[in-house]
Every structure is written in structure tokens, then in C-alpha cells.
Write a protein that binds this ligand. Structure first.
Ligand code: HEM
Length: 537
């Protein structure tokens, strides 16, 4: 550009911003960031977009929702409820549904997006889990992600408790029972949260603040940290020719990913809007306002809370009475198990790195079959979640499938212990089977389905050799050795007995990486020997 040429408007705006915010170098360094491509990397994006949709629609709802338990007599557009006493919270949700322009659609989008958000987080978490993307240096980001998941669950609960309809009131009653079951301080917790006797008049305004301000605020902070760490660590990638632990092969963020991401956002928004327009969710007018003396049948929490509900429903109603106090084990045990089961997955990256003693950075993803124990543990965790979910819907299964409620409850009681073990064993064997198939493919090639008759009459199937790239992918994984017990005699000749912790760790490590957890991958010599004409077809 010559001296007397005036810069364009875009350039001037960029100079203006750079002079004040210094964003030029930041943007230049980051907008060309390379992202690898794989469909499963879109799952994190779905979490992001549904979160944005929730915030946008939530802001609209706050304009009209009245977080108050003050009593009013309904005289709105929905005739069947006219003349009925209800809280302002319920009445304003009715108004949003029937009188505010676009209100019902926005309510539906908000609720559907919340359901999809949590489902997307669970699936995203599972993709990270099954591919080992949580390993060093991403453990902290895994914990940030887990906190987002946990806060998402909690915020969803507070959200669907706000309209003060019969269903949400029943959910809050459940929460009250949980608080009362906490030993020693239960009644205090109940009193602090509800500001006195259940349900009181404080609960909805309190939940409102927690739901729209406190938890989303923390989540936005965590989300920013989560994405900054994805940038900082760079994305993991699948093994392939030219892809190493030290590089990232893919497309630049700007313009390729920005364009894809922008389009994908509208796709997600469109699908959720379509779901919301055709499938009614939380029709509070059909439930009626909350009354503490009523419970509707079929009362179900949103799906992500069904797990906790299921644990409580199938637990025998044990109670212990001592020193004039009652310990309600029927509620205490399941609500303690709930965070323990969730927490087990939160600390998993640390547990695995302790067991395997693997402290190296890992940027290449594992194919789930090549980490059979991890994959089996993940599958067992999901199966536990699903079995508990069946328990949470025992009434629905009973009425819809004409089964006995008690039979379902007993099935879930046994299933909670048996199903995860079965799933673990089956998944591990399945992974080993797949490893064996990979080994065969590498050594003998792909089955072509073409049968050839040899001169002496024998029929054989023709196998086609795999391309070099495929061979690389199937053999790129490592097969680490399990850790050994420390020597029984130290360097000075003094006997040293391994402690219980060391022995447990060694045993677990053997379980993870030992003979029973892998099929030796073919060596270059084996491949050469077979493909050079001896022994293969
Ligand atoms: C608000 C919820 C969440 C959002 C918006 C979100 C968003 C994202 C995005 C956009 C990515 C990069 C693309 C991808 O790998 O999918 C990512 C990566 C990652 N996320 Fe999440 N995530 C969320 C929740 C979670 C949860 C619940 C976990 C696990 C407990 C988690 C763990 C991770 C990890 C470890 C990575 C790095 C993966 C890699 O580099 O391969 N995230 N997240």
C-alpha cells in the first residue's frame, strides 16, 4: 500500500481494535490453529451449541417468568384451570405457554435443548473416555468437563422445579426427603433450603437465583476454561500415516472450521426447534399446580435424574432407630451411591495413570478395542446407569409392558450388581475378539468373499492385502507391559516387602496390560514371512 492510499474500512476497524486490545497477534496465532477431522469431535460442539441455545431461550423466559410463590387465582386463557388458586410461578408459566407470543415454543426449545445438552455431554464424555483422550495432559480438562456435566444435571433439576406444577413439586418433595435423610444435620439442611416447613414460600425464588445466575455463571467460567485448554493442549487425533504425538494433521480453524461450526450451530438449533415444535414436553397445564397433598402417577424426573431416582426406588426401606433418632438408610445409601458412581468416572484419569504408571503425554487416541479393560469399565458404568434408569421408570415399565412392579424392582435390585459385571466380561472379550480380527487382517488380508478352487480340489477364500495406510492404523497402537513389583531386596541387600498398595497396583496393572488383556499385535517379521508367500493364501 502506498502512502497516499487510505486503508479500507475493514483494515481501519482492525487497526483500531488492535491498537486497543492487541488482538492481532492473538488472532493470528489462534485462528490458523489446526483441528483434526473426525465425526466424534462434533459431540463437544453439540454441547456448546445446546448450551448457547439454553442461554438464549432462558433469557427470553426470564423476561416473563415470576419467581414467586405468592398465591393468585388463575383467570388466563386456559379455561380448564380458571378460578384455581396457584402460585405466581405457575400462573406466569401458564401465561408464557398460552399468552406470550412464541412463549410456548421458547419454553419447549429451552427444555428440549437442556435434555439434549446433558445427553450430548454424556456422549461427548464417553467418546473422550473410550478413546483415552483424557490422558496426560488433559486430566484437568476432563475434571472441568465432569464439573460441567454435574452442574448441568443439577441446573436441569432446579430448572424443571421452577414452574411449581404438580410434577416439579413432587421432585422438590423428593429433594426434601433426601435432605432429611442426611444424618445429624438433615433437618437443618431442610430448614435452611426451604426457609421453614415444606414447601414454604422461599423455594422457588431461591431456585430461580441458583438456576439462572449461580450455576450458569460457574458453568460459563468452566466452559471458557475448558475450551481454552482444548486450544492450549491442541486436539488429540487418530493414529495414521504422518500423524504423530508431536503434530496435529487437519484443517485450520479459520476459515474451514468456522464455516463448518457456524453451519452446524444452525443445524443443531434447527433440529431442536423442530423437536420442540412437534413433541410436547412438560405440559404443565395437564399436571395442574402443585399441592403438597397430591402426587400424580407416572411422576418421572427428566431422564438424567432417573438414575438417582432409580437407586432410591429399588432400595429396600431400611431404617435404623438409635438414641431417639432415625437413620433412613433406604434413602441415605442410594443418595450416597449416586455421587460415588458419578465421582468414580470423574477421577478415572488419575486412577488409570496410577494403575498403569503411564506418565507420558498422549496425543494419539486409542481405538477402544485396544484398551479392553478401560472400554469394558466404561461399558459397565453405562450399564449401571441404564439399569438404575429402569428402576427410576419402574411404574412406567409396569403399566406400559403389563409387568409386575415388584418383579421389575427385584430385577433392578439384582441387575445393579450382576449386569455391570456381565457387561464388563462381554465387552472385554468382544474387544479381544476385535483385536484378533485386526491381527488376522494384517497378516492375511481382508476377506474378499471370492472362493477359489485349488488344483488339488481344496476350496479357499481369496484374501486381499490391506493398503499400507490401513496396516499402519491397525498396528500403530502400543502394547505396554504391566508394572512389576519393586524388587524384594533393595540395592543395599535389605529385604523390602511390597506394601498392600503396591501389590494391589501391580495386580490391577496386570489386569490392564497383562496377557489376558491383549492379543499380541503382529510383528513386522511375521507380516513379512506370511506375505512373502509362505503360509498364506
Ligand atoms: C458444557 C459442556 C461441554 C462443552 C461445551 C464441551 C466442549 C468441548 C469441545 C468443543 C471440545 C473439542 C471438540 C471435541 O473434542 O469434541 C471438547 C474437548 C474435550 N472435552 Fe469437552 N465439553 C463439555 C463437557 C465435557 C465433559 C462432560 C467432559 C468429560 C468429563 C469433557 C472432556 C473433554 C476433553 C478431555 C476434551 C479434549 C479432547 C481431545 O482433545 O481429544 N467435556 N469439549
Amino acid at each position: 500500500m502506498t502512502r497516499n492510499q487510505t486503508p479500507g474500512r475493514g483494515r481501519r476497524a482492525a487497526d483500531w481494535a488492535d491498537g486497543r486490545l492487541g488482538i492481532h497477534s492473538l488472532a493470528r496465532a489462534n485462528l490458523r490453529k489446526i483441528f483434526p477431522d473426525h465425526w466424534s469431535f462434533m459431540l463437544g460442539e453439540i454441547c456448546l451449541y445446546t448450551f448457547v441455545i439454553i442461554i438464549l431461550t432462558g433469557v427470553y423466559l426470564t423476561l416473563f417468568f415470576k419467581p414467586s410463590m405468592g398465591e393468585v387465582v388463575y383467570d388466563g386463557a386456559y379455561t380448564p384451570l380458571r378460578g384455581i388458586r396457584m402460585s405466581e410461578a405457575y400462573a406466569s408459566t401458564m401465561d408464557i405457554s398460552f399468552e406470550i407470543r412464541g412463549g410456548l415454543l421458547i419454553r419447549q426449545i429451552h427444555h428440549w435443548a437442556a435434555l439434549v445438552f446433558i445427553a450430548a455431554m454424556l456422549v461427548h464424555m464417553m467418546r473422550v473416555f473410550f478413546t483415552g483422550a483424557f490422558r496426560k495432559p488433559r486430566e484437568v480438562n476432563w475434571v472441568f468437563g465432569f464439573l460441567l456435566f454435574f452442574l448441568g444435571l443439577t441446573d436441569g433439576f432446579f430448572g424443571y422445579s421452577l414452574p411449581d406444577d404438580l410434577l416439579s413439586g413432587t421432585g422438590i418433595r423428593f429433594l426434601e426427603g433426601v435432605l432429611l435423610a442426611v444424618p445429624l444435620v438433615g433437618t437443618y439442611l431442610q430448614m435452611f433450603l426451604f426457609g421453614g416447613e415444606f414447601p414454604g414460600t422461599d423455594i422457588v425464588p431461591r431456585f430461580f437465583t441458583i438456576h439462572v445466575l449461580l450455576i450458569p455463571g460457574i458453568m460459563v467460567g468452566l466452559l471458557a476454561a475448558h475450551l481454552i485448554l482444548v486450544f492450549y493442549h491442541k486436539h488429540t487425533q487418530w493414529a495414521g500415516p504422518g500423524r504423530t504425538e508431536k503434530n496435529v494433521v487437519g484443517m485450520p480453524l479459520m476459515p474451514v472450521y468456522m464455516a463448518k461450526a457456524g453451519g452446524f450451530f444452525f443445524l443443531v438449533f434447527g433440529v431442536i426447534a423442530l423437536m420442540s415444535a412437534i413433541a410436547t414436553i412438560n405440559p404443565i397445564w395437564a399436571y395442574g399446580p402443585y399441592r403438597p397433598d397430591q402426587v400424580s402417577t407416572d411422576a418421572q424426573p427428566d431422564w438424567y435424574m432417573g438414575f438417582a431416582e432409580g437407586l432410591v426406588r429399588v432400595m429396600p426401606g431400611w431404617e435404623v432407630r438409635a438414641w431417639g433418632h432415625t437413620l433412613n438408610l433406604g434413602v441415605l445409601i442410594p443418595i450416597t451411591l449416586f455421587p460415588v458412581i458419578l465421582g468414580a468416572i470423574a477421577v478415572y484419569p488419575f486412577t488409570e495413570s496410577w494403575v498403569t504408571d503411564d506418565k507420558r503425554e498422549q496425543h494419539l487416541l486409542d481405538r477402544p478395542r485396544n484398551a479392553p479393560v478401560r472400554t469394558a469399565l466404561g461399558a459397565a458404568w453405562i450399564s449401571l446407569y441404564l439399569v438404575a434408569l429402569v428402576g427410576g421408570g419402574n411404574d412406567l415399565f409396569a403399566t406400559h409392558l403389563h409387568l409386575s412392579l415388584n418383579a421389575i424392582t427385584y430385577f433392578v435390585r439384582v441387575g445393579l450388581f450382576v449386569v455391570p459385571v456381565l457387561v464388563f466380561v462381554i465387552t472385554k472379550r468382544w474387544c479381544l475378539g476385535l483385536q484378533r480380527r485386526d491381527r488376522d487382517k494384517v497378516l492375511h488380508g481382508r476377506e474378499t468373499g471370492v472362493i477359489r478352487r485349488l488344483p488339488h480340489g481344496e476350496f479357499v477364500e481369496v484374501h486381499a492385502r490391506l493398503p499400507q495406510e490401513k496396516l499402519f492404523e491397525l498396528t500403530a497402537h502400543e502394547q505396554p507391559q504391566p508394572i512389576e513389583l519393586p524388587a524384594e531386596v533393595d540395592e543395599n541387600g535389605v529385604a523390602r516387602r511390597a506394601g498392600l498398595l503396591d501389590r494391589t497396583r501391580t495386580r490391577l496393572s496386570r489386569g490392564f496390560y497383562g496377557e489376558g488383556a491383549r492379543i499380541p499385535k503382529p510383528t513386522a517379521e511375521e507380516h513379512r514371512e506370511i506375505t512373502s508367500g509362505h503360509g498364506g493364501h
